[in-house]
Design a protein around this ligand. Sequence first.
Ligand code: DC
Length: 257
Amino acid sequence: MTAPELSNPSVKTDSANQQSQVLPERFPVICIDGPSGAGKGTVAWRLAQSLDYQLLDSGALYRIVGLKAFEAGLLGADGSKTIDEAALLQLTQSLDIAFELNNTSGRIDIIVNDERVGEQVRNETVGGYASKVAVFPEVRQALLQLQQDMATRSGLVADGRDMGTVVFPDADVKVYLTASPEARAERRVCQLEQAGQVADYQAILTTIKARDDRDENRSTAPSKPASDALVLDSSALPADVVYEQIKSYCQQQGICF
Ligand code: DC
């Protein structure tokens, strides 16, 4: 995805002294927050494609930190070990993370310290590690600039939990896409079965609820709608309808497709 042409960089006139002050160029930002399995990734991907914006999959950042923390022995096998916060912060700061669009897979590849990270980062176990390291304010702070920098190059669609509340509080569009834990567990079961894997609905539902609980109740940047966000429940809606509703909301907010 390339940066769109911006015809109108922000130029502000200070009426008090009649001097023109050129502010840094500002590109449109669309935030799609909400719990995992609500359909954020699909919508964010389609919006970024249609608008030729960059895509920020912020969950991938926390997944990388979670995976690396596990590999470094900072998390127990079930992620239950008490975490050495200083070591975790040091590890987070040592990671050089970059995103690259993979046109073949239609996903964002993640490159950490010059190594391409495989699909293992996307599984539920790593999602759990991510959720555990994400409670630490120092870890979130260490990842903040990298995320905010992505909005300085082109339009951006940002997918996460705190995009609209913390990372991009001045975003042009904020959506909180949610769905009941039961609907999300059913979707996950379908995905796994389609991939030929065995799926245990009850176990998946329990994991989803535990992760929601941790993400929504942590003290720093909990997953919640921004006060100016559109809240949309996708439990009973097909993906295409969700996309069309969000697209039309973006248009109402001044985003041109
Ligand atoms: O969106 P995801 O499932 O890939 O996210 C994995 C975990 O990372 C999620 O359970 C909580 C954490 N996360 C976060 O704290 N803040 C974000 N902006 C994105 C994800």
